[in-house]
Design a protein around this ligand. Structure first.
Ligand SMILES: *[C@@H]1O[C@H](CO)[C@@H](O)[C@H](O)[C@H]1NC(C)=O
Length: 502
């Protein structure tokens, strides 16, 4: 499959968790004058996470944090066994004890993860500015962008689920990514290259339900907009060839195919379109490939529209030693607050968000109202750390530091410049951080959504700045931890709920 080598593609995943409680609007809680409303909504308030309690001094402005609650334990605790809901999969962090995946002999450090995160953000920025200018993308991807390093790290999302592919089905661990569309896995015979994965590599010749797509099919043509790269055509078999490249220089190239996909024992999808990768690089955390949950017609969400109604939800756990869920279809009975998808998202893959403001310790950061709308914002499951306009980050950091002034500071961790040594504290307090989205939806981040804990001696504010205020803001996966996040494509809205998982 020599034609595949010439492919260079671009693409991405994301991830991390957090939690929050949702308030109806900041008005409701900040204005003492509106007594009446308090009355009215007090029962609602109780259902959420801010039961400001008497025994601890958790307040509207501070979280009391038990350090242990943010440190992963050495054994896996599965938090969601109760939810064997239809279409529900267990979500596992790539590098925690719940995962059997690993990157071979390489021990992945926090700096590694954060450095790879930079690559993802670079990729998102370039992809979005590319779509803006109408460039088809391939021109900019010269060979200098190509991987080369066989030891190159993952980068594509930190969370995966297990699904079955083929007949008879083979279980595969796939990273899920709301920032990309094509689903792919490594395939035998690995004509060029396969990276090391935990599961046996999928062999289409052993499946009775596999078929190739020809390059004259309109399905093949769709790859251009889904992957940012025009498809190729095998000169021998006329099979359609895809190529996708992610920001961290990992990529997959192979045959665009159809296969039976088993989501759960009761949910089987026939003729699912996916990439059967014969040339793959980047370690993808030992996972077998990726599930694309973006907005494009080729994504999992659109392909399963008649079954799941273009709705999915997930919860990312608070630490790498617990599990969350990824659920397809309308599922949750939790109270959710919905904000419309932002119309300024200029990409066919990403999910746009309107960020109106941010509060720290109950005080709204003083920022120009148009700051977030200028560059726009997206939510991404594959970006670890939220990237803010530099002006917003500076204001957030300064307010956070003020609230943390009694704690000893610690050195920087890669892109994280506000860190504390909390090894002398079992319990400490941090300023609450709320995001206010379009429609006055206020999402209170949980401690796991505010802090990135490398160790007790290095607990960092889990936010970073973009290079420029006009760059797109990215709401990353640390900030989403423990939240129930519901993507309703038909309804054009995204919902947030507190306490989706531990
Ligand atoms: C799909 O195409 C490849 C490449 O030409 C070929 O080796 C394989 O046999 C084809 N598979 C099927 C089921 O047609």
């Amino acid at each position: 499959m020599s034609e595949s080598v010439f492919y260079k593609l671009a693409f991405y995943p994301l991830l991390l968790p957090l939690s929050m409680a949702i308030q109806m609007s900041s008005l409701l809680f900040s204005s003492l004058a509106v007594f009446f409303f308090f009355f009215f909504f007090s029962s609602l308030e109780k259902t959420f996470a801010f039961q400001a309690t008497i025994e601890d001094t958790e307040s509207n402005n501070l979280h009391l944090v038990h350090l242990n609650s943010l440190l992963p334990s050495s054994s896996c605790s599965s938090s969601i066994k109760d939810s064997r809901r239809k279409g529900s999969l267990e979500v596992v962090h790539k590098y925690g004890p719940c995962s059997q995946q690993n990157d071979g002999d390489r021990k992945v450090t926090h700096s590694d993860i954060l450095n790879v995160d930079k690559e993802r953000v670079k990729y998102i920025h370039s992809r979005i500015s590319k779509e803006l200018s109408g460039d088809d993308g391939l021109k900019e991807l010269d060979s200098a962008n190509l991987p080369a390093k066989s030891g190159s790290l993952i980068g594509s999302g930190n969370y995966f689920v297990v699904v079955g592919l083929g007949t008879p089905k083979r279980d595969l661990s796939l990273i899920f990514d709301t920032g990309s569309d094509l689903t792919w896995t490594q395939c035998q015979p690995c004509a060029r290259s396969c990276y090391k994965q935990q599961d046996p590599i999928f062999d289409p010749s052993k499946s009775s339900s596999y078929s190739n797509i020809t390059c004259t099919s309109t399905l093949c043509t769709q790859l251009s907009s889904a992957t940012g790269n025009d498809p190729g055509c095998s000169s021998v078999s006329k099979a359609c060839i895809y190529g996708i490249q992610y920001g961290d220089q990992s990529f997959s190239v192979g045959y665009f195919s159809r296969e039976r996909l088993t989501v759960t024992t009761t949910d089987v999808i026939d003729n699912f379109l996916f990439g059967c990768g014969q040339n793959n690089q980047g370690l993808f955390g030992g996972s077998a490939g990726l599930i694309g949950l973006g907005r494009h017609p080729i994504s999992f969400v659109q392909q399963t529209a008649s079954k799941y109604g273009k709705i999915f939800s997930y919860c990312l756990p608070s630490t790498s030693s617990s599990t969350g869920h990824l659920t397809f279809g309308r599922a949750t009975s939790r109270l959710l607050l919905y904000t419309p998808f932002s119309t300024i998202s200029r990409s066919s893959s990403f999910y746009g968000l309107d960020i109106a403001s941010i509060t720290v310790s109950g005080v709204k950061l003083s920022l120009t109202p148009s700051l977030f709308s200028t560059g726009g914002a997206i939510i991404d499951s594959g970006t670890v750390i939220t990237r803010l306009p530099p002006t917003a980050y500076a204001a957030l950091r300064s307010a956070f530091r003020q609230g943390m002034s009694k704690y000893p500071s610690a050195g920087e961790l890669s892109i994280l410049d506000t860190c504390y040594d909390l090894s002398a504290y079992k319990v400490f307090s941090i300023p609450k951080i709320n995001f206010v989205f379009g429609g006055s939806v206020t999402v209170e981040l949980q401690p796991a959504g505010i802090l990135y804990v490398a160790s007790a001696k290095q607990v960092c504010l889990a936010f970073a700045a973009n290079g420029d205020d006009s760059d797109i803001t990215i709401f990353g996966n640390v900030q989403q931890r423990t939240l129930e996040v519901v993507y309703d494509l038909g309804g054009g809205k995204i919902g947030f709920g507190a306490g989706g998982c531990k």
